[in-house]
Design a protein around this ligand. Structure first.
Ligand code: MEV
Length: 311
């Protein structure tokens, strides 16, 4: 084993979360200005330790919920490399807030897998990377679509259909996406389980919402192809009302979403699993400063600006 490194990015789901779990498409963006890196270095005395912004400890003693999936992933990686007794220190350095819908668990898995493959000097395909990330994502969320890891490992915005399609998609030539954090933790497993429960209990009520989200995502792809940011904004609003009807919005998210719309955003919605976490607002460049100020005044704990890459 050599020293190995790996990186990944925060992800923002532009449109299609939750429905993506049930086979509908989604569009998501890697946010390269918010990154995560992993560095693994061999230890001669056999200790296996992980330190990071989210969890610290001995690989075999990790009990925190977030840590369990990553610990399992690392154990399986070591078996794969025939190095179960190998001592190492893994450091994870992250600019991503945890449990805010920005994909911190998937980004951690992606960077960790890349770091171990680098340490064992083994080429890694994208498919293998996503299969590995699925191990810890499953442990944490139960039924992950794979969208988070696919986006955290990408360099460009992605069109994603579970198990079927993963490709880059063009973004608008102008406009800006504002990302605002409610400061409230939102756990993906809780939100995904809630939607599953509702679909089971009242499929006639909730299934059409899933289908409508899928339709909105397909229309959003068309709006993107036509560089029609106004229609895109309207589709984000439609997606938000479907997500709210599914029960995964929250008063804090609704408040920030309404503030963004009231201050001129084309559209706004929660991003990620919801029930807390972050919202996004699509806005004209010259409107952005007013909206940012209003979001901060409405108690957003942090606001990021995401400028679309057009190449
Ligand atoms: C979570 O970031 C996105 C969800 O659609 C779950 C998933 O795709 O696995 C809510």
């Amino acid at each position: 084993m050599e020293i190995g490194t790996g990186k990944s990015y925060a992800k923002i789901i532009l449109i299609g979360e939750h429905a993506v779990v049930y086979g509908e498409p989604a569009i998501a963006l890697p946010v390269k200005s918010i990154g995560l890196s992993a560095r693994v270095a061999p230890l001669p005395d056999g200790r296996q330790e992980v330190t990071s912004a989210f969890f610290t400890g001995d690989l075999n003693a990790g009990q925190l919920t977030n840590f369990a999936g990553i610990a399992m992933l690392i154990r399986r990686l070591l078996v794969f490399f025939d190095a179960s007794k190998q001592g190492f220190h893994l450091t994870i350095t992250s600019a991503l807030p945890s449990e805010r819908g920005m994909g911190s668990s998937a980004a951690t898995a992606v960077a960790v897998v890349r770091a171990f493959y680098d340490a064992f000097q083994t080429p890694l395909t994208r498919t293998a990377l996503l299969n590995w990330a699925d191990i810890s994502e499953k442990a944490l969320h139960g039924n992950p679509s794979g969208l988070d890891a696919a986006t955290a490992s990408a360099e460009k915005p992605q069109w994603f259909v579970r198990g079927k399609s993963l490709r880059s998609i063009m973004m608008p030539r102008n406009g800006v996406l504002l990302i605002a954090d409610t400061g409230i933790a939102g756990q993906t497993k809780v939100a995904v389980d809630l939607v599953a429960q509702k679909l089971k209990q009242a499929p006639k009520v909730y299934r059409p919402l899933i289908t409508d989200i899928g339709t909105a995502v397909r229309q959003a792809a068309l709006a993107l192809a036509q560089d029609d940011i106004i229609t895109l904004g309207q589709l984000l609003n439609r997606d938000q009302s479907d997500l709210a009807a599914l029960g995964v919005s929250s008063p804090e998210l609704d408040r920030l979403i309404n503030v963004a719309i009231d201050h001129g955003a084309y559209g706004a919605k929660l991003t990620g699993s919801g029930m807390g976490g972050c919202m996004i607002a699509l806005a004209a460049e010259d409107q952005a400063p007013t909206i940012i100020q209003a979001l901060k005044a409405a108690n957003a704990v942090k606001v990021w600006e995401y400028h679309f890459e057009t190449k």
